[in-house]
Design a protein around this ligand. Sequence first.
Ligand code: F6R
Length: 609
Amino acid sequence: MCGIVAAVTKRNIINFLLQSIKKLEYRGYDSSGLAVINKNSDIVRIRCVGKVNVLSKKVKKKKLFGNIGFAHTRWATHGKISKENTHPHISSNIVVVHNGIIENSSKLRILLEKKGYTFNSDTDTEVIAHLLHLEQSKKGLSLLKTVQKSILQLNGNYSMVVMDAKNASKLIAVRSGSPLVIGLGIKENFIASDQIALLSSTKRFIYLEEGDIAIVKAKKVNIFNKDGVIIERDEIKSNVKYKSVSKGKYKHYMEKEIYEQPLSIQKTLNNRIKEDKTIHFSELSPKEENLFLKAEHIQIVACGTSYHAALVSKYWFESLADIPCDVEIASEFSSRKLAIRKNSFFITLSQSGETADTLEALRISKKLGYLGNLTICNMKGSSLVKESDCCLSTEAGIEIGVASTKSFTAQLTVLLMLITKIMHLKRKNIMIAKKIVKSLHYLPSKIKKIFKKNTLIEKVANNLYRKKNILFLGRGSQYPIALEGALKVKEISYIHAEAYPSGELKHGPLALIDKNMPVIIIAPNDSLIEKTKKSIQEISAREGKIYVLSDKEVNLENNINFIKIPYIEEIIAPILYIVPLQLFSYYIALKKGKNIDQPRNLAKSVTVE
Ligand code: F6R
């Protein structure tokens, strides 16, 4: 979603702004802009539809100078993708960039129009700019007071940065539902939606809390909490390496992140498996662990890829820990009247920890009487982590590719460890628990073996990249893996891909099968293989093009293409089988020449509902 970087310094900030906003491209956007206040106190603004490279070219031609300003990448919500709607937005001396949605902007717009303001865009951001100007001109308020007064009139989840050409020594940053971080430099300070944007300039950060307003000057930062009281927020030293946010030897972040999985799973396991092969989460207190003993039901809520990880864990919770588990897409959970189960425990899953739908579901759950809540999250300082009772971190490291890969396998690893922990707490299936720990230990090396198949997987992708449709089938805990495989293909290749439970084929989708329909079947040689074979035969009889992923060749018909996957215990197999599908989707998009890391219309962190 929208990205913000801002700086107040003594040097010319143009290059800094362009380089830093480029680091936020991964969030997804469709237009970009920049504004600085120059030596004559003029606002200089440049905007364009399209990529930051286009903006850079435009800016460089103008030879701009400014030591206070900001840049923005816009992911359209209010109003079409156009230069007029691109940020920053201006109202006389006031300049604004913002992320999120102002829900009552239409009403405010009418009010402001009546006061004589003319709008040049369809955005809610221009509403903010005019509102700030109106408040400031009414009583000649300071910029801080103007912002404090104006935001009382705004509904919605957002963050914003404001500057004033009449007082170009400070920026005002507001966090109200959408994250902002302040980067502390030497005689210069910065603001961004994400620390990644600032890592080349500083490692020292202050994360704003909900409702905080910060005055950011070159030599000083003052923060006021939601009650307007000046407050100290902790400064953290980031351990994220600037190098870790580069592509290194890989063509794309997605490719790099797929190949990082053995390491990210290892990091997720590290220090959590004790010598006696039991699981220990330092993040959970004994009291929190006991809640899992008390829990008679688990409710998990998530979106997209995280939702698919949750779906896999339903099979695990029920078959291993004997706890009924329901999984729901966050936006659906928040859209209906809920009847909650007795002694139910609430879990959210998220890579970013900022997904608005998941946050909303968590907030709703708190009013419903769950035993407690937990988030499994990849971003430690995120809103979801802050608002949850407790958190288990996935140690996938920063994920830049819009299509989630390594965070998915890390989520599955944490979920399986959590369930194994519960098995130990309940003294249930102890032998199986030991086996799981052993298989988790071997998982990274099994994934590395899949990487050796990349030429074969690329060949399959090259055969299928022109197809208009692809069907994915899986059974049991491999069904969510089929869903995830289809999602990966859809989002980066724009090919229509659908997933079905293998057994459901004969209830409708079989009608789609003919010699042009490729069907990818996840078919490990496990307790379900005989049933899966029936589905393979049904497709084969109708001349569907079959691609089987299995640890054992299925010699049924000769129109079957086989991709051999290393053997792994049935329980843990979903974590392994997604890897060839991630590679497959990557190679299809590569062959099609798509923008793999920034697919059209998508954002990495979906901060609007
Ligand atoms: C798919 C993808 C999205 C996210 C979804 C939830 O590759 O990345 O479907 O999984 O937007 O995001 P998080 O996990 O950050 O809550």
